[in-house]
Design a protein around this ligand. Structure first.
Ligand code: DGY
Length: 333
């Protein structure tokens, strides 16, 4: 008798022509909803399947996999995977994969766009104009911070941080960075001759600070009131990573009281909810977690996640060798 086909859950309707490749290997449970799933609905779907392709909106931990006896692989369509409880999934033998590299350049482009919009007050100026306030040209209206000749700080010098650092050369910026580990000198040179500094030096020296580090228990609220107090009051802060890295009430307070000039945020601790105190400020640019959102990149992310899932479940040309495992230790068992 033929072996029953493996089943996978596709949690979102994503690029149907790309996800159609799953059908060659699996019975695919599709959905047409874009809504957030309550935890019980996630658990219900996972109970039935051997693998799942999910986005960062799906929160999966011990509770959601408690009844998922068949589950062996989760392919996250994101480079970040803080939506997944990695220790719980690893303990249950569930291989997790992510989508690095394919989004690096698009995200770095967006980082610069957000930095420029924030430093040069572009959305604030546009809002003001649309509201009909502009009655005469004025010499000192909407003065913003220069990028050229300034010092850019990068907290988290992974692939995206390096992409941002490389772009800084075009603006004649000096680049300082802080990371878990110093990069090799050749990489630093490629990254606009970026200089490694301690965390406190980074905070106090830079004119613009870009957050591109992974979100973990160790990086939770690493930018808190004490860290913000070390920054120049003229500085700009941009968060492209995860909302939980910043203590948002402390940030809103610093922005409201002139202890920080401006912030550009693409991510929020309780997203999609955004704190009212941030919404009320004129000197913060707010975007809805879109740093990797170009059609080509989003498509490439889905394609990589599909390949990861096929390989993680032992099918296709790379059976057993997904290219982006997160808990790779499971592959050695
Ligand atoms: C990621 O990949 O982690 C981004 O935040 C979403 O594209």
């Amino acid at each position: 008798m033929a072996e029953p086909r493996l089943r996978v859950w596709l949690a979102r309707p994503l690029f149907e022509d790309v996800t159609a490749r799953l059908d060659a290997h699996f019975d695919v449970m599709r959905t047409s909803v874009e809504d957030r799933y309550p935890p019980a609905a996630v658990a219900e779907h996972l109970r039935e399947v051997d693998g799942a392709l999910v986005t960062l909106s799906e929160q999966i931990g011990a509770e959601e996999i408690a009844a998922a006896a068949r589950l062996r692989a989760i392919a996250n369509v994101a480079v970040g995977y803080d939506n997944l409880d990695l220790p719980a999934l690893t303990a249950a033998g569930v291989l997790v994969t992510n989508t690095p590299d394919v989004l690096t350049e698009t995200t770095a482009d967006f980082g610069f766009a957000l930095l420029m919009a924030t430093a040069r007050r572009i959305t604030e100026a546009e809002r003001w104009l649309r509201e009909g306030h502009w009655d005469r040209w004025s010499f000192d209206r909407m003065l913003g911070a220069d990028l050229h000749g300034s010092t850019l700080g990068i907290l988290g010098m992974g692939r995206i941080g390096q992409g941002i650092a490389r772009r800084a050369a075009g603006f004649g910026m000096r680049v300082l960075y802080h990371n878990r580990k110093r990069l090799p000198v050749e990489t630093e040179n490629d990254c606009s001759r970026a200089r490694y500094v301690g965390f406190n030096e980074l905070l106090s020296q830079v004119d613009h600070l870009m957050l591109v580090l992974p979100y973990t228990a160790q990086t939770h609220h690493v930018i808190d009131a004490a860290a913000l107090a070390k920054m120049k009051p003229t500085a700009t802060l941009v968060n492209l990573a995860r909302g939980g890295i910043v203590d948002e009430p402390a940030l809103a307070d610093a922005l409201a009281h002139g202890r920080l000039a401006a912030a550009g945020l693409d991510v929020y601790e309780g997203e999609p909810a955004v704190r009212p105190e941030l919404l009320a400020l004129r000197n913060v640019v707010l975007t809805p977690h879109i740093a990797s959102a170009s059609p080509a990149t989003r498509r490439a992310m889905v394609a990589l996640a599909v390949d990861n899932l096929i390989a993680a479940l032992g099918c296709g040309p790379d059976a057993g060798r997904p290219s982006a495992p997160v808990n790779a230790e499971l592959l050695k068992r």
